[in-house]
Every structure is written in C-alpha cells, then in structure tokens.
Design a protein around this ligand. Structure first.
Ligand code: GDP
Ligand code: MG
Length: 593
C-alpha cells in the first residue's frame, strides 16, 4: 500500500470509557467481521483480559475504509505494561481519544494522552456514550479543552454501543491523522512491537515497518538480540490472520520465523535484513526488567514438577516474567518469580491456579533493594527478604521510588492524602482541574506493591485513578521483619519494612493472622520481630477438645459433614511445625489494614 493510503492509530481511553466497544464497531463497520462473528470484544482475547477489562498483549487489526488501509493498534491498558504501551504508540501516527460523555476526563485518560502527545500523535477526540441519559457531551468537550488543552471543536460524538457516529470516526481517521513516513527503497527497518506464542505457528511477531520491505524467505536480523531468522509468513489481522505477499514501509502486520520462545523476541528491538542491514537501530529500545518479586510454592509438595511445567509454559508466552527455583525451610521447593508489577503477578498467579489447576502459596511481594555492605564489599541486589544479610554487615540500604499521579474527585481528596502520607509519600504537587484534584506524590515502591491500589479504589469508591513511573533508588531506614507462629519463623511472611512503620505493620499482621489461623488444641503465640526484638504479639486461644461436641444429639450426618469440612480444610493448610496455616492466610495477611 502506498504511504498516503495508510493510517496507523491507537485508541486511548480511561478504563470502561468504551475503547473495546468502539474497536469492535470499527471492525464491524469496515466489514472485518459479520455481526454473528462479533463475539463480545474481539480484541481482548484472554479470559482474564475480558474479566478485568484490560488488554495485556498489544493487538492489531487492519481495516479497509474507502480505499485506505487503517491499522488499529490496541495497547495494553495497565501501568505495569508501560514500556509495551510506549512501543505500540511509537508504531502509530495518531490516536483516538475516547472520553465517556457521562464521566469526563479521568486520570488514565490524561496519562495516556500525554504519552500520545510525546509520540507526536495527531489526536482525534471522540466523545462516547452520548446515548446515556447522564451524558453531557458539551461539558466533556470543554473539559477536554481545559484539562488537556486539545482543540475539541471537531470532537466526534459517538455511541459505540448503539453504533452512532462510527463512520464519522473512520472519516476523521483518514482526514486528520497523517500518513506514515518511510522509504520503501531503504534497507529494512522494522520495530518489534509485541510477540506471542501460537501453538501452530510458533512465535508470532507484531511489527511496524519503518523502511524497506519484508517478504517470506527473507533472512532477518534482530539488532539488539543479535540473532538471525528466516521469515516464513508475512501477514496482517483482519482480525483473522491473513497471509500477504509483503509488508512495506509504513505498514503494521505480523511475521513468523520459526521462533520457539518469545524470550528470543524483545519488544522494541529493530528487525533488519541480514544481507542489507540498516546502519543503525531504531531509538528507544529498552530491556524490560521485573520489579516485583515473590515466591510461588505448591501447597502440595508433590505438585512441584507440575508447577515447574506450568510456569515454563506460561513463560513461553511472556518473556517479561522471570523465575528460578527457590527452597524454603518451611515451604519446601518452589519458585522465586519476578513481575512487571502487582497486576502482572496476579495475572500469572491466577492463570496457574485456573488454567493449570494448582493450589499455590504466594509469599510477600518484594521489590529489589540495593544493599550496600560494610568495608566496600560488593553491593547486593536483594530480591528475597530471606536472603537479607545480617544487619551488622550492612552499611545502608536503598529502595526504589516512584512518582505517582493520582486524579480524584474533591470529596475523597482528604483520605487519599492520608493514605499517601501513611505510605511515606512526599507530596510534590496539587492542582484542581474541573472539580477534581490532581495530586503528585513520590512514594517508595515497597509501600505501593502491597495493596495501595486496592485501598485507593475503595477509599474513593472507585473514582480515584493512579498512574506511576519509577524515579530511581533512595536510601531508606529498612529492616527485615520476621513473623513467628508458635515461636517458629514463617519465612513466607517475612518482609522488608521501614523502621518507622514496622510496628504498625507488625501489629496489623499479627491481628490478621490471629483471625486467619484456626484454633488448635494448644495456645499459639503470634509475634512480629525485628532481629531478636519482638515488636508485636497476639495469642490464639486453645480450642475446646472436641469440635463435634457442638452437635449434641444424635445427628450423625451433621457430625459427618463437619468432619468432612475439617478434612477439606486440612488439604488447603500448610503445616508449620505443629500449627496448620490455611492457604488464604498467606495472601490475606499481607493486606495492610
Ligand atoms: P474499555 O474498558 O474502554 O475497553 O470499555 P468497554 O468497551 O469494555 O466498555 C465498557 C462498558 O461501557 C461496557 O459495558 C460497554 O457495553 C459500555 N459502553 C461502551 N460504549 C458505550 C456507549 O456508547 N453507550 C453506552 N451506554 N455504553 C457503552
Ligand atoms: Mg477494553
């Protein structure tokens, strides 16, 4: 396709403002799929993505409209996948900015719009859900102009749900978004936008061709990875895969090259022709690194091999999480895994539980600490609280910090500020835009990885939005807190905490464990300790001898039911010395009060 007939765009929106619904409508209207084929939301294809309403893998679909080739790039929708988002945006020249006509501009809208502007995108505002009784399109139009500073006089009014304004959106894409620049005759240069594993095709690579042409049979080279591969398929999605004779400068599509693992393909890498290579790689390549680590252990020690197989399978399709075997005195064999963020962790954990039917214990998530040792010994990157060296050998510890932008309706501002303050936040900025506050905080990542996001949402009844990026390491007064149940340390629950918040955290943890661990025949002390010093303590009282004593009378079946229930309970417990701790307790105890 000639450059002037191509348009590459993405859709940016706050969650639930209608991005997926609009994308589906665009596909339907341009004839990509019949109404019958339009199962709900074509672009989000993993179950978890559908349930959570977020995109994890970038997807693309090619649309044909009035003789133009429109490539719609669906970007991941969560802060954990920020780098993937930046590469998807770099593959486009413009974006549709979808704003809910009843909700108006939200934090995620802002964060995404600024990113889009940084990529020099032409932005087409789309005011969606105009069918809603609560819709106030004119107010939202003003808000877009005042809050974001975009000209919204030509905003397209849509109802993606009822199909209003869809053709106008397509026309606006053609008219307002500039065609890509590029040189078909120059040496091949294509950006690797994303990749995924397909059981039949092997690794499928989503690319944006910048210069040159890609064809079947060509030998390509990945410039950052330094590897060479033979292209065996070139095509696009409509949204079904379609084989094409070539992908040329300006186009977005996929290739396969008999690659077996996604780990060999790095998002942001430059693909060139090995016989006629480009002189230099595309800018912006970055190796993504996991930032949050935790241990995953099978509840049943016999499941260890099954867990290894399942993790390896998931890893085939997700190079951004890492794992290595870990052994714990109490939990036995498991894996230390690294993730891009907490959501990423939850997704992997959920898939292991759901798709591979594994019962897992997740240990306290931890960030990477830099431990500077005494006497100039080498600095240690600590991923696991269990490996914390003795305090006497440590000079100082540094922890990662983030800058967070929170956007919240005025009425919840007070509680949000308190939350940030409690998490050692440093307020940097506070402004008001259209009845809403925008607060910028610097926060230690360690205070955010636990349940910050959940708390933020619950405090604000779901209205607050949150976006963050890392801003480097800073020294902190950090210590390792151990939790002891019946005088035995439970390593899965030990964590690195700030000295100033240690006592409160320890107390909260002991209180929650007291409720989570069932009574035993003996008294169980629960303690939080730093070094040898106990900072918090609770006791679980002993149980009366016979549970079934409660079922007085001769109701045998009721007695049996109770015993069965106990048995079932037992299966999901972990023995710590003589104490059984239910599986749920491990995760629940980590949620801060
Ligand atoms: P996304 O999170 O931005 O992808 O949003 P979705 O496309 O999943 O839409 C979120 C919800 O809003 C879904 O329940 C949609 O059915 C609904 N929705 C999307 N567009 C419209 C619209 O134009 N009008 C109305 N009333 N609802 C819509
Ligand atoms: Mg969606």
């Amino acid at each position: 396709t000639p450059l002037d007939k191509i348009r590459n765009f993405s859709i940016i929106a706050h969650i639930d403002h209608g991005k997926s619904t609009l994308a589906d409508r665009l596909i339907q209207t341009t004839g990509g799929l019949t109404a019958r084929e339009m199962s709900a939301q074509v672009l989000d294809n993993m179950d978890i993505e559908k349930e959570r309403g977020i995109t994890i893998k970038a997807q693309t679909v090619r649309l044909e409209w009035k003789g133009y080739e429109l490539n719609l790039m669906d970007t991941p929708g969560h802060v954990d996948f920020a780098y993937e988002v930046s590469r998807s945006l770099a593959a486009c020249e413009g974006a549709l900015l979808v704003v809910d006509a009843a909700q108006g501009v939200e934090a995620q809208t802002l964060a995404n719009v600024y990113q889009s502007i940084e990529h020099d995108h032409e932005i087409v505002p789309v005011i969606n859900k105009i069918d809603l009784p609560a819709a106030e399109p004119e107010m939202v139009r003003k808000e877009i102009e005042e809050v974001i500073g975009l000209d919204a006089s030509r905003a397209v009014m849509t109802s993606a749900k009822s199909g209003i304004g869809i053709e106008e959106v397509l026309d606006a894409i053609v008219e307002r978004i500039p065609p890509p620049k590029g040189d078909r005759e120059a040496p091949l240069k294509a950006m690797l936008v994303d990749s995924w594993y397909d059981p039949y095709l092997g690794v499928v690579i989503l690319i944006r061709v910048i210069d040159g042409v890609l064809r079947k049979g060509q030998e390509i080279q990945f410039m950052a990875a330094g590897t060479k591969h033979l292209v065996d398929r070139v095509g696009c999605m409509r949204p079904k895969m379609e084989i094409l004779p070539e992908l040329a400068a300006g186009e977005i599509g996929f290739i396969t090259a008999q690659i077996k693992e996604v780990a060999q393909t790095r998002v942001g890498d430059t693909i060139t022709d090995s016989k006629r290579p480009a002189l230099e790689a595309l800018p912006g390549f970055k190796e993504v690194q996991p930032v949050v680590f935790c241990g995953l252990f099978p509840v049943d020690a016999n499941d260890f091999e099954k867990l290894r197989e399942s993790i390896s399978k998931l890893r085939l399709n997700d190079a951004s999480f890492s794992f290595e075997t870990e052994s714990s005195a109490a939990l036995g064999f498991g894996f230390r895994c690294g993730f891009l963020g907490l959501l990423h962790l939850e997704i992997i954990q959920e898939r292991l539980t759901r798709e591979y039917d594994l019962d897992l214990i997740t240990t306290a998530p931890s960030v990477i600490y830099e431990i500077h040792m005494n006497h100039g010994a080498a600095t240690i990157e600590l991923h696991n609280p269990a490996d914390m060296p003795d305090a006497s050998r440590i000079d100082f510890i540094e922890e990662p910090w983030i800058e967070a932008v929170i956007y919240v309706p005025d009425e919840y501002l007070g509680s949000i500020l308190k939350l940030c303050q409690d998490r050692r936040g440093i307020q940097k900025n506070l402004t008001y835009v259209g009845g809403r506050a925008q607060v910028t905080y610097e926060l230690p990542l360690n205070e955010v990885v636990f349940d910050f996001y959940d708390r933020l949402k619950s405090i604000s009844r779901g209205y607050a939005s949150f976006d963050y990026h890392q801003i480097g390491h800073r020294e902190g007064d950090l210590v390792k807190m151990n939790i002891m149940v019946n005088a035995e340390p439970v390593d899965a629950l030990s964590m690195i905490v700030h000295r100033g918040t240690a006592e409160a955290r320890g107390r909260g943890m002991c209180e929650r464990l007291k409720d989570l661990i069932p009574r035993h025949l003996f008294k169980i002390p629960i303690q939080a300790a730093i070094g040898g010093k106990v900072i918090a303590r609770e006791t679980i009282a002993a149980m009366r001898k016979d549970v079934t004593a409660k079922c007085y009378g001769g109701d045998i079946s009721r007695k049996k039911k109770l015993l069965d229930k106990q048995k079932e309970g037992k299966k999901r417990m972990r023995e710590y010395g003589s104490v059984s701790i239910p599986q749920e307790a491990f995760i629940a105890a980590l949620r801060m009060g």
